[in-house]
Design a binder for this molecule. Structure first.
Ligand SMILES: [Zn+2]
Ligand SMILES: [Zn+2]
Length: 166
């Protein structure tokens, strides 16, 4: 599937996580189709996540479960702080649907995508899938972001959705 016109910019949606998984679609998509696909995967995903608003200078948007984060360069103390925030996600979004995502501003980055300055007192917004996707889409359009790589949330545990440099 490829919905965009060759001359236009597109997002690269990579469910195969750089071929880490054999199965998994790899699609070039416009912003509307990207958000449709992203929503589909959020619906498959049964866990919760901290979501950092897309941060324009960074060209990728990825999900890491807390287990995977340990294998990368994320600091242990940051992973622990995020785990503490997860139970603070309210049961319901302001719209009334059930919430599983904690929306955070990019100010939580501490000069580095691997370092964060959030603490257990951090107050993000608890969002449902629909409101999360609306927020994401608005920012992507407003900031004219095109991602070179999008990994949707998948797998069997809570985690972090974050901008990244790829
Ligand atoms: Zn499209
Ligand atoms: Zn909502």
């Amino acid at each position: 599937m490829s919905c965009f016109l060759e001359k236009n910019k597109y997002h690269f949606f990579d469910v195969g996580y750089r071929k880490l998984f054999k199965q998994g679609e790899r699609l070039k998509l416009c912003t509307s189709c990207l958000m449709e696909k992203y929503k589909e995967y959020l619906n498959f995903f049964q866990y919760r996540a901290i979501v950092i608003e897309p941060f324009k200078p960074l060209n990728a948007y990825q999900f890491y479960n807390f287990q995977q984060m340990k294998k990368y360069n994320f600091r242990k103390e940051d992973i622990e702080k995020m785990k503490v925030l997860i139970p603070g996600i309210k049961k319901h979004c302001d719209c009334g649907r059930s919430a599983r995502f904690l929306w955070c501003s990019p100010e939580v980055y501490f000069r580095d995508v691997y370092k964060f300055n959030m603490n257990s007192q951090y107050k993000g917004d608890s969002l449902c899938i629909k409101c999360l996707c609306n927020h994401l889409k608005n920012i992507i359009i407003r900031e004219q972001i095109y991602f070179d790589e999008v990994f949707p949330p998948m797998g069997e545990s809570d985690g972090l959705i974050t901008s990244f440099e790829c």
